[in-house]
Structures are given as C-alpha cells and as structure tokens.
Design a protein around this ligand. Structure first.
Ligand code: UT7
Length: 319
C-alpha cells in the first residue's frame, strides 16, 4: 500500500497587526467582548495590493525549503481559498507561475474554512496513487477583503494569512484517512451573498453570519467527524498526539477538546494572535506546532475544518 506524506510545512502572515484595542477605536466593540467571546486578541491584515497569491507563494516557499524540494519537482498545486486574486484564472495557477513551477496541474478548491482539509484530501488521493509525485497544498486568504469593517458581528473575528504543506508518495503512512462532509441546506447561515455580473456587483459582497447557528453546527459536526475518523482507523481519542482544529473560536475549541476527549494541552491553538484565517487556519496552526517541535515523527495528528457551505472534514495522519 502506498500513502502520501507531508514532508514540509510553511506559513506566512502579513506584517500589519490589528489589535482588539485598535478595533475599539474604530467600531463599537471592546477588547473584553472580543477576547471573552472568541479568545482573539489580534489578527494580521494584508497590505493594500497584497494578494492571496502573494501570501500563498511565501507560505509555499517556506514549505518547499523545509521539505528540501525545488520548483522543478512539483507537479501539483491545490490551493484552497475564498478570496481568489480574481475571477479567473485560479489563484493556484497564478501561484504556479510565481513559484516557477511548470509541470503538472494547479487548481483551486472552494470549501471556505474547510478548504484546506478538502484540498489535502484530494491531493492525498492524487499523490498516494502515483498520478502526481510532489504536491503543494495551500490554504490562503485575504479574508479582510470580504469583511464589512463597520459590522462588529463579523469583522472582529477574521484575519489574513497562508499555510502550506508539501506532499510526496511514501510506503509508510502518511495520511491515514480523510472524511469530508457538507450540508448545503445550511448555506444561508454563513455566506457572502454577492457576485460580479455585467460589470457590477450584485448582492452583498461581505460576510454574513448567524454566529450562534454556526457555533452549534461547528461543535456537533466536528465532534461527530472526529469519532468517525478515529473509528475508521480503529483508534481512540487517547491515541491522538496533536489535535489541530479550525481556529474560529476558543469556546468551540474548548468544547471540542472535551467532547472529543483530547486534553487541551494536546490541542494546537493559534487564533489568539491570528483570528480566524478561514482556509489558512489549519495549515498555519500545523506549521506552528511542527516548527516549535511539538509534532514529532510517528505521532498521530488530527486536522479538522468547518465552514461555509456548511462544510466540514477530518484528516488523520501519522507524522
Ligand atoms: O470559520 C467559520 C466558523 N465561524 C464560527 O465558528 C463562528 C461561530 N460563532 C461564534 O464564534 C459566536 O457566535 C460569535 C463570536 C460570532 C458571537 O458570540 P455570541 O456569544 O454568540 O454572541 P451573540 O451573537 O449572541 O451576541 C451577543 C451580544 C449581542 O448584543 P445583544 O443583542 O445581546 O444586545 C451582539 O449585538 O453581543 C453583541 N455583539 C458585540 N458586542 C461587542 C456582537 N458582536 C459584538 C462585538 N463587540 N464585536
């Protein structure tokens, strides 16, 4: 049996940091409200003209350096984003050109905050079976571009950033399983209901969210999906060395830690200084835990995403 294996990780955060205290000056909110309800203290925001592909390239280059892989070896780029540079071509194709990669395929995945999990699941299948030899999987967002910065219910929650991994085929696991889900009947609880048509913006081009419904779906779906993934591999919560859930709200993460049964000290949390970076949140958190030495060879890592769609999923892997 062959597998795909992550052989390097990387990430990038834009320079500018927007703290809760700065937001207090701009809208009717408070550091106390934001921190106590979400666990977020600050988020990074892209500079004017800094695009999703720019963030993605920096994260991919860091992952390639960690993996010791050059551009001519890469033959697949799968990029998850909700904030593409433009309508088309895909941001993955733009990243392919900026990285100097000219082999294989490049395409985008849209599953909002679950995007990286979907992208990793798809790349895993293409690499494990040998169709592609070396993949870069990226989650990248300039989420600040689709926020209404006067809407305190949403703008305080999100941030910009990118995370990436390099995947290669291996006869050792590797990615053990992926479980992907969606329930389109819930599309209305988290969305940007706008589009470009006839040269005009139609609808509302900013994030709208029924926060409490999303909160409930996130907890229920991820708790169930964790059990599904562990049972599929005949493993238990006690076997999980590192749990890397989507970084949306510390209260969701704490509830999941309890429900799933992975103690808080084994849960990777980066949202405090990054906010919710949508498709970038899981690879950003994974990269942090790999670089600071928490994740060690042979350990079991559980990655989970949940977001608009609603979509959710779990990837279980042996490091
Ligand atoms: O990546 C996608 C996944 N997204 C999520 O997972 C988000 C899930 N949802 C959440 O994290 C939480 O529901 C929120 C953090 C969005 C909201 O927390 P909440 O405890 O559900 O608060 P709420 O929406 O019930 O609002 C409570 C109060 C309201 O005031 P009233 O109606 O009680 O007078 C809001 O208007 O807090 C008010 N409020 C704020 N106050 C100060 C809402 N946003 C703010 C704010 N600052 N930024």
């Amino acid at each position: 049996m062959t597998y795909s294996r992550i052989i390097g990780t990387g990430s990038y955060l834009p320079e500018r940091v927007v703290t809760n205290l700065e937001l207090e000056q701009r809208i009717e909110t408070s550091d106390e409200w934001i921190y106590s309800r979400t666990g977020i203290q600050a988020r990074h925001v892209a500079a004017e003209g800094e695009l999703t592909s720019d963030l993605a390239v920096k994260a991919a280059q860091a992952a390639m350096a960690a993996a010791g892989v050059t551009a001519d070896e890469v033959d697949l780029i799968v990029l998850a984003t909700t904030t593409p540079d433009m309508v088309f071509p895909s941001t993955a194709c733009i990243v392919q050109a900026k990285l100097g990669v000219s082999n294989g395929a490049a395409f985008d995945i849209q599953a909002v905050c679950t995007g990286f999990i979907y992208a990793l699941a798809i790349a895993d299948k293409l690499v494990a079976c040998g169709q592609h030899k070396c993949a870069i999987v990226i989650g990248a967002e300039v989420f600040s571009s689709i926020l209404d910065w006067t809407d305190r219910r949403t703008c305080v929650l999100f941030g910009d950033g990118a995370g990436a991994v390099v995947l290669k085929q291996s006869d050792q696991p590797g990615i053990l399983s992926s479980h992907l889900h969606s329930d389109g009947a819930l599309n209305h609880i988290l969305r940007v209901p706008g589009k470009i048509s006839g040269g005009q913006i139609q609808g509302h081009p900013f994030v709208e969210m029924d926060g409490q419904s999303v909160f409930r779906v996130a907890v229920k779906s991820l708790a169930e999906c964790a059990v599904e993934a562990l049972e599929h591999n005949q493993l238990q919560a006690a076997d999980v060395d590192w749990y890397v859930p989507h970084q949306a709200n510390i209260r969701i993460i704490n509830t999941l830690s309890e429900k799933v049964g992975v103690p808080r000290e084994r849960v990777v949390v980066t949202l405090t200084r990054q906010g919710n970076t949508s498709a970038a949140s899981v690879p950003l958190a994974l990269d942090a835990a790999v670089r600071d030495g928490r994740v060690q060879p042979g350990q079991l890592v559980m990655l989970q995403g949940v977001g608009g769609g609603m979509t959710w999923g779990t990837v279980l892997l042996r490091w």
